[in-house]
Design a protein around this ligand. Structure first.
Ligand code: C2E
Ligand code: MG
Ligand code: MG
Ligand code: MG
Length: 293
């Protein structure tokens, strides 16, 4: 009997694995055409002032509406795009699309907020990023202060002169730099000083561990906040889902929050409605329910 169970488990495992590798194969194959077919879309997740909920900016997050698989998350296809080098085309599409969007908002008279864009370490390391961004700012007549680029600690660690030059070039343009997923990449304090970033984004793993009992993670967050203040950097806490987390971050005077408690990433239409209101009240996110519930 045990043997049979084992066999079933194996079949289940290999079935799941086949689906996964089949999907991977299809996504890779279709990725080349996805830009032309306009299957990519940008969602925006608001970043709000911790104490007031006033919208301070947003992060641009790519979505792929695949004709067969529906919405595919970037966690699934960005790593594939990094492997097959389409990340350059996709990443550049995101930057241009956001610049175009900021121009539209300025024309519509919205109080425009800075938009953060994720830049893959692979794109960051390739030459020409500074010139590419500079050309887009000119093309769409967008002030540099409305753009922030997010780079993970990981890409900064491989740091060479190249990386530092690119950072300097972006800063000279007036673009802000954020360190994404902070705390997961072992960046030393020396690095922090050298990169001279404007914003630190505390990774969600630390935020989601904020509880009365968890003294270690709350200590990490407290010291990051303390350090950032001393270095004149802004801190955004990512992945805030609970009032308990919000209250702790308020008490520690964390500048901004980005998390489901305020808003999930939303489509352009919904984000524009939020911009009109200008602030968001925290609401506990609904647990995902089955369709029949
Ligand atoms: P990230 O840059 O760290 O983005 C934050 C991720 O956390 C987003 O996932 C967001 O939806 C999710 N998140 C925000 N608040 C909460 C919360 O309260 N709870 C939970 N559970 N999750 C929350 P998303 O959109 O699936 O993106 C995943 C990753 O894919 C991003 O992580 C980023 O590394 C990458 N990515 C997304 N868009 C782009 C892009 O345009 N270019 C590149 N190169 N990478 C991108
Ligand atoms: Mg990010
Ligand atoms: Mg992050
Ligand atoms: Mg991430």
């Amino acid at each position: 009997h045990a043997k049979q169970l084992g066999k079933n488990n194996y079949q289940l495992y290999s079935f799941t694995r086949d689906i996964t590798s089949y999907k991977k194969y299809i996504l890779e194959k279709d990725m080349r055409k996805a830009i032309e077919k306009e299957e990519f879309e940008i969602y925006y997740q608001p970043q709000v002032a911790t104490s007031t909920g006033v919208i301070q900016g947003a992060e641009a997050l790519i979505r792929w509406n695949h004709e067969e698989w529906g919405m595919v998350s970037p966690g699934e296809f960005i790593p594939l795009a990094e492997e097959n080098h389409l990340i350059h085309q996709i990443g550049d599409w995101v930057i241009e699309n956001v610049c175009k969007q900021i121009r539209t908002w300025i024309d519509k008279g919205y109080t425009t907020r800075p938009i953060s864009i994720n830049v893959s370490p692979i794109r960051f390391m390739k030459k020409g990023l500074v010139e590419y961004v500079a050309d887009l700012l000119t093309k769409y007549d967008v002030p540099a202060k409305y753009l922030e680029l997010e780079i993970t600690e990981g890409s900064l660690l491989k740091s060479e002169k190249n990386v530092l030059n690119t950072l300097d070039g972006l800063r000279d343009l007036g673009i802000k730099i954020a360190i994404d997923d902070f705390g997961t990449g072992f960046a030393s304090l020396t690095y922090l000083r050298e990169f001279n970033a404007d914003t630190i984004k505390i990774d969600q793993v630390f935020v989601q561990n904020i509880t009365e009992e968890n003294k270690k993670d709350t200590a990490i967050i407290s010291s990051v906040l303390h350090l950032a203040k001393g270095m004149d950097m802004k801190v955004i806490a990512e992945g805030v889902e609970e009032y308990e987390q919000l209250n702790f971050l308020k008490q520690k005077e964390c500048d901004e929050i980005q998390g489901y408690l305020f808003s999930k990433p939303v489509s352009l239409d919904i984000f524009e409605q939020m911009l009109e209101t200008g602030y968001i009240k925290p609401t506990k996110p609904k647990v995902n329910k089955l369709p029949e519930d």
